[in-house]
Design a protein around this ligand. Structure first.
Ligand code: FAD
Ligand code: 2HG
Ligand code: ZN
Length: 468
């Protein structure tokens, strides 16, 4: 990269806004899974939207590709540069301003670099609730959540990130700013531009700010851990609880016995609250702004399924620390996988009515084609979203890993798509699923996406090699 561009970038963001040293660049050029590692001439860290716009103008003038990056916690390699050494990383990690909290409109306006946990905290301080919740909330940014349309554990009640955003501010590839920070719940004035940028994974522009929805703070929360003899039973329990508890059912997470064992072995302090062995487990949470009767509702809702033998055992958390321990067991699965082996990840969505049949069919197909490999099946079953991962040994040779990954992806994803599902429910496409996308999307759908990309980013400078 020519030193003149570096000098101009420094003029915009200040010397302390550039990371040029190779050692200091390390956390930016590799993703947290250590799966994708690239090189960059410089990490640029603007402080505000005006600086982002100026950086984008300079990059466009010089034909420099840009990789937007938030907390770098993504699962699909979307925030890592390639190894050409030509792609600038634009990090939002100095844009951390809570711009406004409006408790009458129930909205919060934030810079894109604010950590998800800090958005939650700001909402709590204002007596409100921001419901997006996921394992990486202490390190992912709201900009990254928007760019990937992140899901997490509260989608069942509140929807995914797209459902939680009312307005956006976006810097376009040519440096112009689209100020769409509208806190409106109704606005039918043309195409849904907000929806277009959400989930675009940094390929259309840089999200610099957002207006997000706030909700009443739940005053009551009850959490239970359930053991059942099959995933089938857990899916049936979901339907029963939805009918009985309605919107008070805020989380319904499922995990196989293998996942529970994995976390118990690899995450210190994590233990299953149930005594016996069960093939499938569920973590259930009810919450409400009006807490009356919540605990009784959960107890009564589980009593019938227990008596009928639909589920085998259940434990209701007696206090906050027991509830937290249950969540630790669930949230520990990602970490446990990293410690136990190399996971071939599948982040799939299916109609809930087809989940049980899919699991049976996929279990049989994986056992037949890849005998002996453990399946790490867990996920947000209330949203029809499974993380149907397959664990390879830590010391698997690279070539075998690549070969097995391709075979497992084909085996699992073909079944998913045959059953009307999606090969990326919440983690996005990034580099991980880019080539597979062409296999499963129709030509018309791919053409539409390419037309949008060409129209907004004619020079192909935004996050090249990702998504499309
Ligand atoms: P990054 O990883 O930095 O970037 C992700 C993508 O967004 C990249 O393509 C990047 O170019 C783009 N991008 C980032 N910021 C911007 C911006 N301001 N403008 C334009 N593009 C941008 N995800 C879920 O959906 N549900 C989960 O339950 C979940 N659990 C997780 C648990 C753990 C332990 C971990 C490590 C990750 C988990 N994730 C989950 C994945 C990840 O946290 C989310 O994808 C998150 O939304 C990424 O945010 P980030 O700020 O880290 O984005
Ligand atoms: C979760 O739900 C995340 O915990 C991570 O989406 C999934 O590790 C995974 O495969
Ligand atoms: Zn998930």
């Amino acid at each position: 990269m020519d030193s003149e561009l570096i000098r101009r970038l420094a003029h915009v963001v200040g010397d302390d806004g550039l990371v040029l040293d190779e050692a200091a660049q390390a956390p930016y050029v590799e993703d947290w899974l250590r799966k994708w590692r690239g090189r960059t001439p410089v990490v640029v860290r603007p402080r505000n939207t005006t600086e982002v716009a100026a950086v984008m103008r300079l990059c466009r003038q010089s034909g420099t590709p840009v990789v937007p990056q938030g907390g770098n916690t993504g699962m699909s390699g979307g925030a890592a540069p390639d190894d050409s050494g030509a792609q600038v990383i634009l990090s939002l990690n100095r844009m951390k301003r809570i711009r406004e909290v409006d408790t009458v409109n129930n909205t919060i306006t934030v810079d894109a670099g604010v950590l998800l946990a800090d958005v939650q905290n700001a909402a709590r301080d204002a007596g409100r609730h921001f419901p997006l919740s996921l394992g990486a909330e202490g390190s992912c940014t709201i900009g990254g959540n928007l760019a990937t349309n992140a899901g997490g554990t509260a989608v069942l009640r509140y929807g995914n990130t797209r459902d939680l955003a009312l307005g956006l501010e976006v810097v376009l590839p040519d440096g112009r700013v689209w100020s769409g920070l509208r806190g409106l719940r109704k606005d039918n004035t043309g195409y849904d531009l907000r929806g277009l940028f959400i989930g675009s994974e940094g390929t259309l522009g840089i999200i610099t700010g957002a207006v997000l929805k706030l909700y009443p703070r739940p005053q009551g929360r009850v959490t239970a851990w359930v053991g059942a003899e099959s995933c089938d039973a857990v899916v049936s329990l979901l339907t029963r609880l939805q009918a009985r508890c309605g919107e008070r059912l805020t989380a319904f997470e499922m995990m196989s016995a293998y996942c529970v064992g994995l976390v118990s072995r690899h995450v210190s302090g994590a233990a299953c609250p149930l005594a016996g062995e069960h093939a499938c487990h569920a973590l259930i949470e009810l919450s409400d702004a009006a807490p009356e009767g919540l605990a009784e509702l959960l107890e009564q809702s589980l009593a019938g399924p227990l008596e009928e033998g639909l589920i085998a055992d259940a434990a209701i958390a007696a206090n906050e620390s027991q509830a937290k321990a249950m969540w630790r067991l669930r949230e520990g699965i990602s970490q446990a996988q990293v410690r136990a082996g190399k996971a071939v990840k599948h982040d799939i969505a299916l109609p809930i009515s087809r989940l049980s049949a899919f699991i049976k069919e996929a279990d049989a197909a994986v056992a037949r084609e890849f005998p002996g490999l453990p399946i790490v099946n867990f996920g947000h079953v209330g949203d029809g979203n499974l993380h149907y991962n397959v664990l390879l040994p830590l010391d698997v040779p690279h070539e075998e890993y690549v070969h097995l990954t391709a075979g497992l992806n084909r085996c699992v994803h073909d079944l998913v798509v045959q059953r009307g599902g999606s090969i990326s429910a919440e983690h996005g496409v990034g580099q991980l699923r880019r080539d597979e996308l062409r296999r499963y999307k129709s030509t018309v759908e791919m053409d539409l996406m390419l037309m949008i990309k060409r129209a907004l980013d004619p020079d192909q400078l935004m996050n090249p090699g990702k998504l499309l």
